[in-house]
Design a protein around this ligand. Structure first.
Ligand code: PXG
Ligand code: PLP
Length: 440
């Protein structure tokens, strides 16, 4: 493409100026690989943006989506149903923890977060406790980019340009230098959950609607929860009648070696937000799964039966094509035995990633399930520079890894072989070793 043909598209979360001077493009995808412009095959070391865990262009999903396009391309989301939406909800709640049995569909993780936050506030209002409106997130939490999610999120760079959002407080993050190079969950840091008691002392539980956290923070650099941390959050929320929301957008559908983070870490939230793996990334879709009691509260307070109980929804909620992709993806999640795949490969992945523990440019290595991150030492006071260069170097060598802040993040497809994992880490090591001899 000519340089000027790249101008019109304002790319998301991208350094547009560097990109358009040094574009990298994909032309196709198959299995665990992208096809590059020279017909080269590029290993997908982050499963897209954490969403294509089942691998690309799975024929079962392609067939379901193609057939759906020719059969029912759109259905009004409000006041009209189609059977795939109900099928998908049933399959979804068969995977979520017992008691989380009501699914509300959205089109992305960000929309799922907005939906869950609104559900939480409205729930308390319907229960006759309208002062319970405050929302609590966590430093280094990522909950998408819309106003609510941005506000409960704990990433300065995603907030500082955008002015006042939704009022929110933040728990401290769980990263501790003393726990660097932990394998899997750190054994220290659970006490940071007690900060929730401090926020409750400050605001009073009668003013707090919900706490939202990722079970394992993903995009801020793979931060597995310290052992016991989520249990403490659960106990405190239960004690004070505060809803606990797990943002499972990355953890969901196998990445952490269970259907959801809730099962992997043995803690059940009141609401969970999901997206990404729900359709294996193929068609945009998300969902909020709520406890039955939350749904029942809305129904009981809803007035006459024909009245809308929850004034919320999207034109494309439960879009038929997305539902077709979702049903096919959840079927593959089961028939591929994704949970076994991930638990089978994660010890090898852990051993490989921790071979970087003594690398001079690496200041922490974190992993859980088939997710991992290398925290890279800053260069010239620029924490994101080396990771960006490493990403570009790996790409040149036909491996896609993600740079985010001061980290390199890895989330290979669930069926990645040992040879593919070896190649991923070999290319990454070469990039780390040569990164300082190369300037942008
Ligand atoms: N919550 C969590 C926990 C997420 O990881 C969202 C909400 C928002 O989802 P949408 O679909 O609106 O993007 C996410 C998304 C990265 C990366 O590089 C991570 C995400 C998105 C893009 C890049 O790690 N997570
Ligand atoms: N803006 C306008 C003018 C609309 O009419 C609508 C939906 O009807 C929206 C925004 C919201 O769009 P969506 O339902 O796709 O989120």
């Amino acid at each position: 493409m000519n340089r000027q043909d790249l101008d019109a598209y304002w790319m998301p979360f991208t350094g547009n100026r560097y990109f358009k001077d040094h574009p990298i493009m994909v032309t196709g995808s198959e299995g665990n690989y992208y096809v590059g412009e020279n017909n080269n095959r590029i290993f997908d070391g982050l499963s897209g943006l954490w969403c294509v865990g089942l691998g690309h262009c799975r024929p079962e999903i392609t067939a379901a989506v193609s057939a759906q396009m020719g059969k029912l391309d759109y259905a009004p989301a409000f006041q009209v149903g189609h059977s795939l939406a109900f099928d998908l909800a049933n399959k979804l709640v068969s995977l979520t923890p017992d008691g989380l049995d009501r699914a509300f569909f959205t089109n992305s993780g960000s929309e799922s977060v907005e939906t869950a936050l609104k559900m939480a506030r409205a729930y308390w209002r319907q229960k006759g406790q309208p002062s319970k409106t405050r929302l609590i997130g966590r430093a280094r939490g990522y909950h998408g980019v819309n106003f609510g999610g941005m506000s409960v999120g704990g990433i300065g760079g995603n907030r500082k340009l955008f002015g006042t959002g939704v009022e929110a407080d933040h728990l401290p993050h769980t990263w501790m230098p003393e726990a660097a190079f932990s394998k899997g969950q750190p054994t220290m840091g659970a006490e940071r959950a007690n900060e929730l008691e401090e926020l409750i002392a400050l605001h009073d539980a009668s003013n707090i609607a919900a706490v939202i956290v990722e079970p394992m923070a993903g995009s801020t650099g793979v931060l597995p929860p310290p052992v016991g941390y989520l249990n403490k959050l659960r106990e405190i929320c239960t004690k004070h009648d505060i809803l606990l929301i797990f943002d499972e957008v990355i953890c969901g559908f196998g990445r952490v070696g269970a259907a959801f983070g809730a099962q992997a870490f043995g803690v059940t939230p009141d609401l969970m937000t999901i997206a990404k793996g729900l359709t294996n990334g193929t068609v945009p879709m998300g969902a909020v799964v709520a406890k039955t009691e939350i749904y029942d509260t809305f129904m009981a307070a809803g007035g006459p039966d024909y009245m809308v109980e929850f004034s919320h929804g999207y034109t494309y909620s439960a879009h038929p094509v997305a539902c077709a992709a979702g049903v096919a993806s959840l079927d593959l999640f089961v028939t591929d035995n994704v949970v076994d795949q991930v638990n089978g490969m994660s010890p090898y992945f852990e051993a490989c990633i921790h071979q970087f523990d003594d690398h001079p440019l690496v200041e922490d290595v974190r992993n859980f399930g088939l997710a991992g991150a290398l925290q890279i030492k800053a260069q010239d006071g620029q924490p994101a520079l080396r990771p960006f260069k490493i990403f570009r170097k790996c790409w040149e060598n036909n491996v896609y890894v993600r740079c985010g802040g001061n980290t390199i993040q890895l989330a290979p497809p669930f069926n990645a072989s040992k040879a593919e994992i070896d190649n991923l880490f070999n290319v990454l090591r070469d990039a780390l070793n040569s990164v300082d001899s190369w300037s942008l």
